[in-house]
Ligand binder design. Structure first.
Ligand code: GLY
Length: 362
């Protein structure tokens, strides 16, 4: 039994092996391509390989990890499609986390000027974020998602069975985007997300929560698919978060996307309080909640200039202004809010002090 979200093509499956059948029926299976990384090739691909209608599909695998969301992997996918005579009527199924839906989506959008693609997200992060909303692309010149296009996949198949192979770190990382969706959505969503125990909570509740989270994202994307305005709401926590994530890669101690977004959310909640009047009491509650769940990220004054420099490259900026998505309250999103360098440095101080006081209080 599948459940579809507002006829958006995003489907919640009970078993992908049967639920996908109507969507591949009538296609020549030799013209179906499946992209995996090394992990999903082992852990998830066997489920698709057991579907008789996909017996003759071609599987292409790239190395796992954000460092491989690059031109070289993209060229590998294009060449593979070419060698196996993909046409504009072929289908590419992206089976994996955010790296796979991003690069696979971009490969599908660009190969012969575009073929159909489906996403089958296998991580919590990609279920609630990357696989939905049509952002595709690769990292380039040290910058995340620098090259890409926005085009919606024909379908997204969400099957919670893939989450059973997910480790604790990746589950928590994905949860950060659910926390973000709740913060930009409503007090009710915030209460539900903060009441859930991601370490130990039951699967059914998690399924209900992530499906609501997907719905929040899908609603925002439906209003503004090309990120001209409202879609920037989804960038809350990401201006500082992306800079932290990039620095962690440069230092060769990469942290997962959600871990960096958690840092970004704490710092940007502080900016929200200072610039938009986000209530002090909710700030304290949210910071305590986030810091209790996510490992502290250690950085010092010496990193500030470089982090700032990375923020100047953010895609939301206009002219020389660094623009943030901030909150006046839970659910009250204020996009295009300019913050000065001093304010941004103060936000980074706030984060570092907040993790100190959290560890003292523990
Ligand atoms: N990850 C933010 C967006 O899809 O717009």
């Amino acid at each position: 039994m599948t459940e579809e979200l507002h006829q958006s093509g995003v489907l919640l499956c009970s078993d992908i092996s049967t639920d996908i059948l109507p969507y591949i029926e009538g296609r020549d299976s030799k013209q179906i391509f499946v992209l995996t990384d090394e992990n999903t090739a082992k852990l998830c691909a066997p489920i698709l390989q057991s579907i008789p209608q996909l017996k003759e599909a071609h599987y292409v695998t790239i190395p796992a990890g954000d460092d491989f969301k690059n031109l070289e992997s993209l060229a590998k996918i294009w060449s593979f499609l070419g060698r196996h005579k993909a046409t504009r009527h072929s289908l590419l199924i992206n089976l994996g986390g955010g790296v796979i839906s991003d690069i696979g989506g971009f490969a599908a959008c660009t190969y012969k000027r575009g073929l159909d693609f489906y996403n089958i997200p296998t991580t919590l992060l990609s279920i609630v974020d990357a696989a939905v909303g049509g952002k595709t692309g690769i990292n380039f010149d040290g910058l995340k998602n620098q090259i890409g296009v926005i085009r919606q996949p024909q379908h997204v198949f969400i099957d919670p069975q893939f989450l059973s192979t997910l480790d604790e770190e990746n589950r928590i990382s994905g949860y950060a985007e659910m926390v973000k969706h709740a913060l930009i959505s409503s007090e009710k969503d915030w209460k539900e997300v903060t009441a859930f125990d991601i370490h130990d909570g039951d699967r059914e509740t998690l399924k209900n929560l992530f499906w609501k989270s997907v719905a929040i994202k899908e609603r925002v994307v439906a209003i503004d698919p090309n990120e001209k305005g409202m879609r920037k709401a989804l960038n809350f926590g990401h201006t500082i978060g992306h800079a932290i994530e990039s620095v962690s890669h440069e230092k060769e101690a990469p942290i997962l996307h959600g871990m960096a977004v958690a840092v970004g959310m704490v710092a940007e909640l502080y900016l929200s309080h200072k610039k938009c009047g986000f209530p002090q009491q909710i700030l304290e509650q949210a910071v305590t909640f986030i810091n209790a769940m996510y490992p502290a990220y250690a950085f010092g004054d010496a990193d500030y200039e470089h982090l700032y420099d990375l923020m100047t490259q953010d895609k939301k900026n206009e002219g020389n202004r660094i623009n943030f998505t901030l909150l006046g309250n839970i659910g009250d999103v204020q996009i295009n809010t300019h913050c000065t360098k001093e304010e941004i440095f103060a936000a980074m101080d706030f984060y570092r002090n907040s993790v100190l006081s959290t560890s003292i209080n523990h």
